[in-house]
Design a protein around this ligand. Structure first.
Ligand code: GRF
Length: 227
């Protein structure tokens, strides 16, 4: 594990955002950048799909959008090597996975250790992987949510930073539940990015996140931050 010293610079943090689809989490970050609540500069948005709506969001905000299709690559390693080369052009201090629907290779993950976040639509460690909302419903969960975590080479398994919880309500289907969770994602992702950009959040050499110098044995709960 690479030890990441917290940022001390006051210059905006250069960020790369990786997407595959709608990009509503990207939009939350763009909004924060534009309204000045996030001390970041999104230097590039990369999508593995040319039709990702998030690319339009980037264009509207004047952020360079790049498409690196995974099609035609012989291996995951080859794709990730080109992705790393592309990102290097922009020298991001933080890589934000925002609905990027690809499993990353260990080499790519190690290269960005301690400076790559993912958001996952469940209360990890519950429901890693796909179809989280449907699985939460089928499991009879009364509560569901989303988690921001540092990325390690364990799928959806890196150290969690912050979670938001929502109730599962009578009559919910996966779509309604997903919308309730997504609205909270748009709160916790900018918050985690802000903490990182302000130098308040870092991943320690022991693999534990630290917030304001305090080891996070468990993720921060959004309800505790806003209450
Ligand atoms: C979100 O639910 C996120 O948790 C998951 O993919 C979805 C992306 O949504 N990883 P969007 O593209 O940000 O709207």
């Amino acid at each position: 594990m690479i030890h990441e010293t917290p940022r001390s610079s006051t210059a905006p943090l250069p960020v790369a955002v990786l997407i595959s689809g709608s990009g509503s989490n990207l939009q939350a970050l763009i909004d924060g950048q534009l309204d000045g609540t996030l001390p970041i500069r999104i230097r590039v948005v990369v999508s593995n799909r040319a039709d990702a709506f998030g690319l339009e969001r980037a264009e509207r905000a004047g952020i360079p959008g790049r498409v690196l299709s995974h099609k035609g690559y012989a291996s995951r390693e080859d794709y990730d090597a080109d992705l790393a080369t592309l990102l290097d052009e922009y020298q991001p201090g933080l890589v934000v996975l925002a609905g990027f629907m690809r499993i990353l290779t260990p080499d790519f993950v190690i290269r960005h250790a301690g400076r790559m976040f993912n958001i996952h639509p469940s209360l990890l460690p519950k429901f890693p992987g796909l179809h989280t909302h449907q699985r939460a419903l089928e499991a009879g969960e009364q509560e569901h949510g989303a988690t921001v975590h540092f990325v390690t080479d364990e799928l959806d398994g890196g150290p969690a930073v912050i979670q938001a919880r929502v109730p599962v309500l009578p009559g919910d289907d996966a779509e309604r539940l997903a919308a309730r969770v997504l609205a909270r994602e748009h709160v916790i992702y900018p918050l985690a990015v802000r903490w990182f950009a302000e130098g308040r959040l870092a991943l320690g050499a022991d693999g534990c996140p630290r917030l304001d110098g305090r080891v996070l044995d468990a993720p921060v709960q959004l309800d505790d931050v806003i209450s």
